[in-house]
Design a protein around this ligand. Structure first.
Ligand code: NAG
Ligand code: NAG
Ligand code: NAG
Length: 176
């Protein structure tokens, strides 16, 4: 009897930990994305960044990561006119730090225009993106179909919580 009591004293703090983990699993991920500009090719000539950006969604608080040859290129934020004409004489902001690895926080919902100076813009090193507000997370605005039943994402969350609680019960039976 006493042994069992002592055991419970160990099991209950563990149970609290398990429940905390289970609840964390139920929170949908709302994480910012860090885009490596140009993917594997990075920020360089002979890449069409219009095509690279075409199928991507840029949301507020995402990041752009420019990886490039620091001895040749740079990262300048310019306005629309200067983007179109490849004019690097008066950038809005130079994101160039000198390491060839520059991070740009997309913390405002607006159009952003980037070019490389030193003539590379004419070869296609230019990127235009539109940053918008992220869609609401599924928990905050649960989508329903025409019959008013929970959507697939709702079911997914339900499945995850059922699995998490099943894990807690397995844990309990194992110890008692
Ligand atoms: C961009 O900046 C240049 C120089 O400051 C200016 O002449 C031009 O009108 C600006 N374009 C836009 C779209 O703001
Ligand atoms: C966005 O980030 C830039 C650079 O870190 C910073 O200077 C600016 O204040 C930020 N703006 C907002 C609205 O957070
Ligand atoms: C990139 O591709 C787009 C769409 O195919 C095209 O309109 C544009 O001219 C290309 N840009 C360059 C610099 O080749």
């Amino acid at each position: 009897m006493e042994a069992a009591m002592t055991r419970r004293g160990i099991v209950f703090p563990s149970l609290v930990l398990m429940l905390t983990c289970a609840m964390l699993l139920m929170i949908p991920e709302v994480s910012a994305t860090r885009f490596i500009v140009g993917g594997n090719q990075g920020w360089t000539s002979n890449v069409n960044y219009t095509i690279w950006a075409k199928d991507k969604h840029f949301y507020k608080d995402d990041w752009l990561f420019f990886v490039y040859d620091r001895n040749q290129m740079n990262v300048l934020e310019v306005n629309k006119t200067d983007y179109e004409t490849c004019n690097s004489d008066h950038p809005i902001h130079s994101w160039t730090t000198g390491a060839g690895r520059d991070v740009v926080p997309l913390n405002v919902t607006r159009h952003y225009y980037f070019i490389s100076g030193k003539g590379f813009c004419y070869g296609g090193m230019k990127l235009a993106i539109n940053v918008v507000n992220p869609p609401p997370p599924p928990m905050a605005a649960p989508a329903t179909n025409k019959n008013g039943s929970p959507s697939d994402s709702g079911n997914q969350i339900l499945t995850r919580s059922v699995l998490a609680f099943a894990a807690v019960w397995t844990f309990l039976f194992h110890f008692y």
